[in-house]
Design a protein around this ligand. Structure first.
Ligand SMILES: C[S@@+](CC[C@H](N)C(=O)[O-])C[C@H]1O[C@@H](n2cnc3c(N)ncnc32)[C@H](O)[C@@H]1O
Length: 235
């Protein structure tokens, strides 16, 4: 259905549903979409922001051109990528991140890497969002989820965890929808390791944490112990 309607991914519907419910993107907005390939969210963001908006899609993989959007190949964990984003949009009204690691199949490890990406997305949002701006980020559930949500709550006036209908029922993914960025004043950096609890050692993941259980029991999600069937959701 996504292809029929001209979208590059089924994920497009997740952003549409999130926006219908939370009114994240408005006409004329500058939107930065992190982990954007193949470009479904970027397409939706460009539609919602309209002709007077500005949309930047960023991914490790190249994204073929999208009307009304600029695309950047880069790692969202690098400062060089942030500089490249800033050249296109100095300040953003909205930062989105649907970034996800390549799944290794080890639920705890995949969860920790998802949280690590989400932390980088939050760090990026902290640097480029205007005060009052909005942030949406995907995180695989697990015991780091509540700590991460708490970090988001420090920076935004409102933050909700949300699972759009378009996410698969067996998926571990959850979206955090955060509104009204408080600006940098008084906010401690969430990249500060002292802000993160429950650290354990997962190779290859800086400051990663071990998972036991997420903060949301519904739909059979969030259980630790490696019994996950589907740690992520395909696009
Ligand atoms: C689920 S897909 C995104 C789908 C997209 N929202 C759409 O609608 O088409 C996740 C993406 O995150 C990207 N990604 C993972 N780690 C990344 C990183 N460190 N920097 C940039 N992109 C990353 C992957 O390359 C992948 O394309």
């Amino acid at each position: 259905m996504a292809k029929k309607e001209g979208y590059r991914s089924r994920a497009s519907y997740k952003l549409k549903q999130i926006n219908t419910r939370f009114h994240i993107i408005r006409r004329g907005d500058a939107v930065v979409d992190l982990g954007a390939a193949p470009g479904g969210w970027t397409q939706v963001a460009a539609e919602l922001a309209g002709n007077h908006g500005r949309v930047v899609g960023v991914d490790l993989q190249s994204i073929s051109s999208i009307d009304g959007a600029t695309t950047i190949v880069g790692d969202i964990r690098s400062e060089a990528t942030l500089d490249a984003i800033r050249q296109v949009a100095r300040s953003a009204d909205v930062v989105l991140s649907d970034a996800a690691p390549n799944l290794a199949g080890d639920w705890s490890y995949d969860h920790a890497r998802s949280v690590d990406l989400a932390e980088h997305a939050l760090g990026c949002a902290q640097k480029i969002l205007r005060p009052g701006g909005n942030f949406v980020v995907k995180v695989f559930q697990g015991d780091l989820f509540p700590g991460y949500l708490q970090n988001v709550r420090v920076l935004f006036r409102n933050a909700y965890s949300h699972s759009p209908m378009a996410s698969r029922k067996a998926s571990a993914e959850m979206y955090i929808v955060a509104k009204m960025f408080r600006g940098d004043k008084g906010a401690t950096s969430t990249r500060d390791p002292t802000n993160v609890r429950n650290a354990s050692n997962v190779p290859g993941v800086p400051r990663s944490l071990k998972s036991t259980r997420g903060d949301r029991g519904g739909r059979g999600r969030g259980r630790g112990g490696g019994d996950r069937k589907d740690p992520g959701d395909s696009i």
